[in-house]
Design a protein around this ligand. Structure first.
Ligand code: ADP
Ligand code: MG
Length: 192
């Protein structure tokens, strides 16, 4: 099994549910990046317009380096909806990108009472494969895996992710192609 597994994807796709099973089944430490940032105050300010914290990338990177060092004998599952230079690269680091049908995602986010604009922003990210491309840019295709969570029970999804990781083959070059199924203009009208 790989040493550090990053579980990434648009908010609401099911990262937390999958990460926790993955950590439990592989005996890994679980780290939720958003919670880690809040708990350790690794942000510089709260942005009112986006209603979210602006992370301090330098502090976050340092804190992650310390975390990885402190757990160097263990495998780690890191859940994060975004990826970038703040993440220290390590040998054996891989990413699993969780995907979800954008309409299912929209319904989930609306059920969380999120403002329409925020729901749409995330649905749009999912439509254009943003998390996948971020992960590919960060780690390269050989270290990126993708699972479609649509209509899959958590354990089923875990088994698929586990098999993929074991195969060691990386991304197969296929994306779910949501834009073939949904017209973004029509979808945005429904959501906004
Ligand atoms: P994320 O961490 O990506 O934001 P969560 O794991 O918190 O997503 O899941 C978002 C919501 O979707 C939760 O209410 C969760 O119970 C539900 N959920 C997660 N995974 C599944 C799944 N495989 N099938 C059905 N519902 C799920
Ligand atoms: Mg989560």
């Amino acid at each position: 099994m790989e040493k550090i597994i990053i579980v990434t994807g648009t908010p609401g796709v099911g990262k937390t549910v999958l990460s926790k099973i993955l950590a439990r089944e592989t005996g890994s430490v679980y780290l939720n990046l958003g919670e880690h940032v809040k708990k350790n105050k690794l942000y510089s300010r709260f942005d009112l317009s986006s209603r979210s914290y602006v992370i301090n990338e330098r502090l976050l990177r340092k804190s992650l380096q310390e975390f990885f060092k402190a757990h160097s004998r263990m495998s780690i599952v890191v859940e994060s909806h975004w990826l970038g230079r703040f993440m220290p690269k390590r040998p054996g680091m891989v990413a699993i990108v969780v995907r979800l049908d954008p309409v299912v995602l929209a319904n989930r986010l609306r059920a969380r009472n999120w403002p329409r604009r925020k729901v749409w922003e995330n649905v749009e990210s999912e439509l254009i494969d943003l998390s996948l491309y971020e992960a590919l840019k960060f780690l390269g295709a050989k270290r990126v895996y993708q699972v479609d969570a649509t209509q899959k029970r958590p354990l089923e999804l875990f088994q698929q992710a586990h098999e993929l990781l074991r195969s060691g083959k990386g991304w197969n070059g296929v994306s779910p192609n949501w834009l073939e199924r949904y017209d973004p203009i029509e979808l945005s009208r429904k959501i906004l």
